[in-house]
Design a binder for this molecule. Structure first.
Ligand code: NAD
Length: 329
């Protein structure tokens, strides 16, 4: 308990930097940290982030933001207590728009933020991804699994960029004593997701709310694990505040595996749409199965997702309905 208090005081001692704080996860994280009493600096190039999210956070006097690209050295001199690196487009539609820049965002961004951590002595957490496992040949995916990743495919700029960033985090920890943490995040959904990011949940909800045909890629039997955003943010903060000896990588995701067809079914039921389902061919390198092994997170962080899919989808649909201006039955 005493250790926890000391940790909490150290988090409040100096500002927390959230790179990518204008994005879906970043904005939730900023809000949560502000509610905990932290001074928060968001650094973002607004590539996929939302200016509205930043404007909403400006209601907190302890919030400030810097418009900056992490590919360039970070213009911060002052003290920092924590650095969260979430800066990277997360949906294939966005990260495939400019693959070389995505790769540089992952690699140079990680290096620039690690250098900042080295200068300031701040702890630093990397938002890595289940995509480091590629199209996995092991189920569920344990952190020790080394993955099945295409080096030169459509998704490689993201997958390989994130893998390289993990290597940098690991090496800066070992070589320079930087206090690093790595979270491997699995698909996360919730209020505030971009309506047009082309991801499974956002696509299906927007189509259902608008009464459009709902698109399924492949036969819908491929599986995903869907974690509600509040649970994920709780996991990130627990990892950041965990003892320095626990660095990860650690999987953060929902171990309930669900088929894409069942996700569509749940969204159909909750929105009451009668729109048809349309099947399209699977994009190349699309993973067939996704399911995290979260034993490490349970053991070291006492974490597991608490929000059920129905509950999480209901909250997400209510938020989307406001933004696409449709009433939910
Ligand atoms: P997002 O696209 O909504 O947010 C990313 C944020 O980073 C945006 O605000 C964007 O403007 C900013 N950004 C992108 N490139 C930048 C650059 N070069 N310099 C500065 N800012 C930059 O994505 P998200 O869903 O919030 O994901 C956040 C992080 O979590 C990403 O690193 C992503 O890889 C990781 N992640 C997310 C998921 C998920 O399901 N959402 C799953 C696995 C990993």
């Amino acid at each position: 308990m005493e250790g926890q208090d000391k940790n909490f005081r150290s988090m409040l001692r100096a500002p927390v930097l959230v790179a990518g704080g204008a994005g879906f996860l970043g904005a939730h994280l900023c809000r949560r940290l502000l509610d905990m009493g932290c001074v928060v600096i968001c650094l973002d190039n607004l590539d996929t982030g939302s200016r509205d999210a930043v404007e909403a956070l400006r209601a907190y006097p302890r919030f400030s933001w810097i418009h900056h690209d992490v590919v360039d050295p970070i213009p911060i001199d002052g003290p920092l207590s924590r650095i969260y690196n979430l800066a990277c487009p997360a949906s294939p539609r966005h990260y495939q728009a400019d693959p070389p820049h995505t790769l540089l965002t992952c690699v140079d961004g990680a290096r620039n933020l690690l250098e900042l951590a080295r200068r300031t002595g701040a702890r630093i957490l990397q938002a890595s991804t289940s995509e480091v496992y590629g199209d996995p040949l092991e189920h569920p995916q344990h952190e020790s699994y080394r993955g099945n990743v295409n080096i030169v495919g459509l998704r490689s700029c993201y997958d390989e960029g994130k893998r390289c960033a993990e290597t940098l985090f690991s090496d800066y920890g070992a070589r320079y004593g930087v206090r690093t943490k790595i979270a491997r995040i699995f698909n996360t959904y919730g209020p505030g997701m971009a309506l047009d990011d082309g991801r499974l949940v956002s696509n299906l909800i927007v189509q259902a709310l608008k009464g459009y045909a709902m698109t399924l890629y492949g036969d819908g039997s491929q599986t995903r694990s869907l974690c509600y955003v509040d649970d994920l943010i709780e996991g990130l903060i627990r990892l950041m505040e965990s003892p320095p000896s626990f660095r990860g990588p650690v999987n953060l995701g929902n171990p309930s595996e669900i088929t894409v067809l069942d996700v569509a079914g749940a969204i159909r039921a909750l929105t009451g749409t009668s729109a048809p389902l349309v099947r399209l061919s699977l994009p190349p390198d699309d993973p067939r199965r996704r399911c995290p092994d979260i034993v490490l997170a349970q053991r070291h962080l006492g974490w597991r997702p608490a929000t059920g899919l129905q509950d999480g989808l209901r909250r997400t649909i209510a938020d989307f309905a406001l933004r696409v201006e449709v009433e939910v039955p």
